[in-house]
Design a protein around this ligand. Structure first.
Ligand code: GLN
Length: 449
């Protein structure tokens, strides 16, 4: 704990943490130390974990990096957080992120941007930028983030980390601030597949507080990881992505080299066509904003956080509290979402996108019926400069081009470090597996590192 606290102090300029629970973490470490001596410590004894500011931790601040939740203190522990605590993990602090997890660069936070530790003039990715940098700069061992459209995998790629988005419904969303409920997943950042596997087996599984969680038993991911497996897999690689114009050439080269290594290890690699590729991002942005506009209607100035001092009646209370509390990007998403859900446009956008989502799911599942994994980049480029895309939301949304498919479909996907570009910036490799195939995914991932 002291080692990580020291790093947090030294690298304060990265702006990864919003609050550090210093005394508490030290006290808990001492307590767990005695438990270890008695042989009564939990599975995660002493693991130092950070939480993205969208996860409820009882009696601690929770704000989704937004002014609208100013002063809000969580009254309960989210399920994942509770399970970490039950197994004696140590929570070291609350991490900066894009406001309400909306963004790809961590520049939409009410607390200012987070800087990438590999190059301080560059973004760490988003929305879980603080959680990624915290692991990158050894401020904690593992972070929990949320991945609605890539927010764990994309920052993991920009910071050279392992980042897992499990199958939708594998981990309870109780105590996770909602963004797009049909996409939202808690995800895990670590420096090794092992750490991520261990945390996953602790936090996954049925929960009375969230009826959407899968009832499937949770395998012992970390144990299965150590089992020798000589199984040869069939891997698919999408031609449309390989040919994608916006893809940085070094990323293409690195991934092709990785595919050669996969082949050399005895696995089969097949290039496949996925002509739906260009529809994945628009489908995501229509549905995610629609769900966000509905989820964020609860921040009305009455129930939580910020209430405008200028309000004169109920209507102006809503308007002013929301206008003052929400940042620009969140307001944009609420407007977009409200538009696609409005009576005159509902069928043209929302219903259409739902249908396209089903087709994308069916086609992706079809590929995964014949292949164990789909391998692709996570991001079209490596970490970009701070401010590079802030004036152009569409450009920013394009950063999610390759990450949103796993969320649109619901399948698990992982980010793995895969070398560096010429400037020394990390490149990420993405591996996607079929629903609830985390065990296989983690095992294969481990063999790639
Ligand atoms: N960048 C995407 C968005 O802004 C994904 C965010 C996320 O996964 N939370 O919607």
């Amino acid at each position: 704990v002291r080692f990580h606290l020291e790093n947090i102090r030294k690298k304060k300029h990265l702006n990864a943490f919003l609050t550090v629970y210093e005394d508490e973490a030290l006290a808990r470490a001492a307590e767990i130390d005695s438990k270890i001596k008695l042989g009564k410590a939990g599975k995660l004894a002493g693991l130092v974990v950070g939480l993205k500011d969208v996860l409820a931790y009882k009696d601690h601040p929770l704000q989704a990096s937004s002014n609208v939740l100013e002063g809000f203190i969580s009254q309960f522990n989210g399920t994942a957080v509770q399970r970490l605590l039950d197994e004696d993990a140590i929570i070291i602090g609350r991490q900066n992120c894009d406001e309400f997890a909306m963004g790809s660069s961590n520049e939409n936070s009410a607390f200012g941007p987070v800087l990438n530790d590999a190059d301080n003039t560059r973004v760490p990715g988003g929305s879980s930028g603080g959680s990624a940098v915290a692991v990158q700069a050894d401020m904690c061992q593992v972070s929990l983030g949320s991945d609605t459209g890539g927010s764990v995998r994309q920052p993991a790629a920009f910071c050279g980390l392992v980042g897992l988005k499990p199958t939708y419904s594998r981990i309870s969303r109780f105590g996770l601030i909602a963004y797009g409920s049909s996409f939202d997943c808690i995800g895990i950042f670590g420096k090794s597949v092992e750490d991520v596997a261990l945390v996953l087996e602790v936090i996954a599984g049925p929960d009375e507080q969230d009826s959407t969680v899968s009832q499937l038993p949770v395998p012992s991911y970390s144990k299965e990881l150590t089992q020798a497996d000589t199984k040869k897999y069939k891997v698919a690689y999408v031609r449309e992505i390989q040919d994608s114009e916006g893809l940085q050439p070094e990323i293409r080269e690195n991934i092709l080299a990785k595919l050669d290594a996969i082949k050399a290890a005895g696995h089969e690699v097949e290039v496949i066509d996925f002509p739906l590729q260009e529809y994945v991002l628009p489908t995501y942005y229509i549905l995610a904003t629609a769900e966000a506009s509905s989820n964020l209607s609860r921040y009305d100035g009455v129930r939580y956080g910020h209430r405008s001092a200028q309000a004169k009646d109920l209507d102006s209370l809503y308007k002013k509290s929301r206008s003052e509390g929400f940042g620009k990007e969140v307001q944009r998403r609420i407007l977009l979402g409200t538009f696609v859900l409005s009576a005159s446009y509902y069928d043209a956008y929302y219903t259409k996108a739902q249908k396209v989502r089903r087709i994308i799911r069916d086609k992706t599942k079809e590929i995964l019926k014949h292949h164990d994994f789909i391998v692709m980049p996570i991001t079209p480029t490596t970490a970009f400069k701070l401010g590079e895309h802030t004036d152009n939301p569409l450009e920013m949304y394009l950063a999610d081009l390759f990450s949103v498919q796993a969320n649109v479909v619901g399948v698990p996907a992982i980010a793995l470090p895969c070398g560096e570009d010429k400037q020394g910036l990390p490149i990420g490799l993405q591996v996607i597996a079929d629903d609830f195939e985390e065990s296989k995914l983690l095992h294969f991932s481990n063999s790639l590192l």
